[in-house]
Ligand binder design. Structure first.
Ligand code: HEC
Length: 140
């Protein structure tokens, strides 16, 4: 019994501690959602004009608003049931991302954010990129 106790304290507890630290470190690493450099550099082929923005808005309203909210602040009704933040499209941090980076994230998704690579055409995804950019613009 005594020996068992010693074993516990000297080996098992430190081992458990190390496991916890490793899991925490991994979780931290996974938090970052970075697009590959090639994706970041991809150019948006869709011109920003009223017609394309209207298309983007229509797609956003149907497919994205439930989580990301009308103004892109990440406060749509579904966001209440999601335990991580949906992000905020009006924040500088988001605005500093390239079109290619945003496009890549919409294409691939990351649970619970759905992947839209198969759901929306390339053109539709670029249109949404243009639309969500307008959400961060100052309104009078
Ligand atoms: C079911 C809820 C849900 C829906 C629907 C959804 N998203 Fe998301 N979205 C999320 C969540 C949650 C994240 C954060 C994911 C993460 O950080 O791992 C996210 C992240 C993003 C990001 C990355 C934000 C950043 O700061 O880099 C973009 C861009 C995005 N979503 C765009 C869209 C677009 C466009 C649509 C519609 C075509 C959409 N999302 C639909 C939940 C959703």
């Amino acid at each position: 019994m005594k020996l068992e106790n010693k074993f516990n304290k000297k080996i098992v507890l430190p081992l458990i501690t190390i496991c916890f630290i490793a899991v925490a470190a991994l979780a931290q690493q996974n938090k970052k959602w970075d697009a590959p450099e090639t994706a970041k550099k991809e150019k948006n082929p869709v011109t920003v004009n009223n017609e394309n923005l209207a298309d983007g808005k229509e797609i956003y309203t149907k497919q994205c608003k439930s989580c990301h909210g009308t103004k892109g602040k990440g406060d749509g009704p579904k966001s209440a049931n999601i335990d991580i933040s949906c992000g905020d499209f009006t924040k500088e941090e988001f605005k500093s991302e390239t079109d290619g980076e945003i496009y890549w994230k919409i294409t691939d998704g990351r649970k619970p954010m759905p992947s839209f690579g198969a759901k929306l055409s390339d053109n539709e995804r670029w249109e949404v990129v243009n639309y969500i950019r307008t959400l961060g613009e100052k309104k009078k």
